[in-house]
Design a protein around this ligand. Structure first.
Ligand SMILES: [Mg+2]
Length: 267
C-alpha cells in the first residue's frame, strides 16, 4: 500500500506539470498525495474497518474534495451526487485504488471477488473491473506464491488478456502527449514498468518517465513492486511526511494487520 502511495506522491508533480527528466528528484516540496492515495486509503479503510466500499470512498473523497490534480470529472460528480450510482467507467481509478485488497485477502477467489466489489461502485464497465482484479491478483501472486516476473507477465496475459506493451512503445505514447486514462491503457503499462525495472525505486522512475498519467502509473507500478521488493526505509519515511494524520491511522492499521497475518502463517 505504501508502494502505491510513494508512486502517487513522486508522480504527482508531473501529471499536469513539467516533462520528467531522467535524473528527476523523487520528492520535492511540489509533490503531494493525490486522488490515488485518497482512494487507496478509502479501500483499505473499508476492508480493515468493515465499511462498505462505496460509503468509505464517499467519506474519504468528500473529506478531501480538492487534492492537487483534482479527480476525474465523472468521479468528482459521482462523489458529489445525492445518490451516487456507478458510471460505467473504465478509467484507471479502479486499479489505482485496489492494492490493499491484494494484501488483505489471501485466497485468490476472494481477491478477485473483493476487487470487483471495490470497482463496481463506480467502475462497473468490464475493463474497469478487470483492471482492478488484475492488479490485486498480481500483488497476491507475488507476495503469496512468489511468482517470478515472467510468471506474472504470462498469467496476466492468460487470465486478463493484457499484452504488455514494450517500454519503447509506452515512452513513445507518453512523449506524444497522450494521457493514458483508462485501465486497459494504464494497467499493462504500469506492469511493464514493474517487469523491466531492477528495484522499487527504478520501477517508480520508469513509470514517471513514461509521462502521461504519471502519478497513477507510478501508483499502480509501485503497488505491484511493493509485493516483490523491499522498499527503502527512507522512501517510506519521506512519503509518510506528506500524509495527514487520519490517513496515517489507516496506514498503521493496514501494516499491523499484514504483520499479524504473516505472524499467524509462520506458526
Ligand atoms: Mg492522481
Amino acid at each position: 500500500m505504501i508502494g502505491a502511495i510513494i508512486g502517487d506522491i513522486v508522480g504527482s508533480r508531473f501529471e499536469f506539470g513539467p516533462v520528467p527528466q531522467k535524473s528527476f528528484e523523487l520528492f520535492t516540496p511540489d509533490c503531494s498525495y493525490t486522488d490515488d492515495t485518497i482512494c487507496t486509503i478509502a479501500i483499505a479503510d473499508a476492508v480493515l474497518n468493515e465499511r462498505d466500499y462505496k460509503e468509505s470512498l464517499l467519506d474519504w473523497c468528500r473529506r478531501y474534495p480538492d487534492p492537487i490534480g483534482g479527480y476525474g470529472r465523472r468521479f468528482y460528480q459521482w462523489f458529489n451526487a445525492d445518490d451516487p450510482q456507478p458510471t460505467d467507467s473504465c478509467g484507471n481509478g479502479s486499479a489505482m485504488r485496489v492494492s490493499p485488497i491484494g494484501w488483505l485477502f489471501d485466497e485468490w477467489e476472494e481477491v478477485i471477488e473483493e476487487a470487483e466489489k471495490s470497482a463496481i461502485v463506480t467502475h462497473n464497465h468490464p475493463e474497469g473491473v478487470k483492471g482492478a482484479q488484475c492488479i490485486a491478483e498480481a500483488i497476491c501472486w507475488l507476495r503469496l506464491m512468489r511468482f517470478s516476473k515472467s510468471d506474472v507477465e504470462r498469467k496476466v496475459e492468460k487470465f486478463f488478456g493484457y499484452e504488455l506493451p514494450s517500454m519503447r512503445d509506452i515512452k513513445k505514447i507518453g512523449s506524444e502527449g497522450h494521457f493514458d486514462g483508462t485501465c486497459q491503457e494504464t494497467v499493462p503499462m504500469a506492469l511493464r514498468c514493474f517487469i523491466d525495472a531492477n528495484s522499487f525505486e527504478e520501477t517508480i522512475r520508469l513509470a514517471v518517465l513514461c509521462d502521461g498519467d504519471t502519478d497513477t502509473k507510478a501508483c499502480i507500478a509501485g503497488a505491484v513492486a511493493e509485493a516483490y521488493y523491499q522498499i527503502p526505509e527512507w522512501m517510506i519515511e519521506k512519503a509518510i511526511s506528506y500524509l495527514p494524520d487520519d490517513m496515517l491511522i489507516i496506514l498503521g492499521q493496514f501494516y499491523e494487520r499484514i504483520q499479524d497475518s504473516c505472524g499467524t502463517k509462520k506458526e
